[in-house]
Design a protein around this ligand. Sequence first.
Ligand code: NDP
Ligand code: SSN
Length: 292
Amino acid sequence: MEEIGFLGLGIMGKAMSMNLLSHGFKVTVWNRTLSRCDELVEHGATIGETPAAVIKKCKYTIAMLSDPAAALSVVFDKDGVLEQIGTGKNYIDMSTVDAETSSKISEAITSKGGCFLEAPVSGSKKPAEDGQLVILAAGERALYDAALPVFDVLGKKSFFLGQVGNGAKMKLVVNMTMGSMMNAFSEGIVLADKSGLNPQTLLDVLDLGAIANPMFKMKGPSMIQGSYPPAFPLKHQQKDMRLALALGDENSVAMPVAAASNEAFKKARSMGLGDLDFSAVHETVASGKGSS
Ligand SMILES: NC(=O)C1=CN([C@@H]2O[C@H](COP(=O)(O)OP(=O)(O)OC[C@H]3O[C@@H](n4cnc5c(N)ncnc54)[C@H](OP(=O)(O)O)[C@@H]3O)[C@@H](O)[C@H]2O)C=CC1
Ligand SMILES: O=CCCC(=O)O
């Protein structure tokens, strides 16, 4: 595949573009805060001064941006993607957004002759560094097929889910489930502690039973220490809960567990924890400052 453009060098975008560079791809990067490009340049990337400049240079451009507002801004605003998109240009948005946002972007790009694929991912900072993401793609099938060599570097498995919106929806369902699990886990750790049990022993017990999972195993020890180095920022998890609840509204699906979890993430944001890892929702229980 030719040179890849990459828009958005946050926790995920940096790890993913670094991974592409180390696998021999030529990469042109852009980030709103341009200084965040420096480390990538040290590893061989080229800078594009604007999203439009990246699209102009590259046949394939990937975006990994924080939320719907960011994803829309990078496409529609001045110096944005739309200014240079057209026939022969391909845009792959891997940000976690809702189906409506993704569809708006898709329509704008395809109406100018470009190709669009949404491809949000499951997996966090470490899987992004290790090329172990799970890719949830939907949109233009031919672009999916062309992008597989890139997806094979970034991920351990790619799914093609059909029409635009299906990737976004699948991602929101996954993260809604994950966010609810994180809240139940936090309550379990605090309940064990306050009941006079050793929380570390709880982790050992959980790890041997039917609900053993990599998230509990990886996050549990640092949660017990009250340490939440950001891999998946809590503000993004709350955004995903909010978007998943809206999807539930659209489909008349009652989600009381997700709704309560969203309140806990909102509480955590109000406590100033939004930039920490989403496991910091534990503090809303541990500190006794729950959502009531
Ligand atoms: N971290 C994780 O574990 C995972 C995250 N995701 C999803 O991936 C996406 C990125 O996440 P992550 O890397 O963690 O997030 P970060 O907060 O680390 O990075 C966000 C990126 O979006 C950019 N950005 C934010 N607002 C704007 C804007 N208005 N215009 C242009 N650029 C903007 C930021 O630029 P700047 O540097 O200038 O602020 C930065 O490059 C999110 O949608 C998230 O939900 C998906 C799977 C896992
Ligand atoms: O969107 C973030 C997902 C984080 C993860 O899958 O561990």
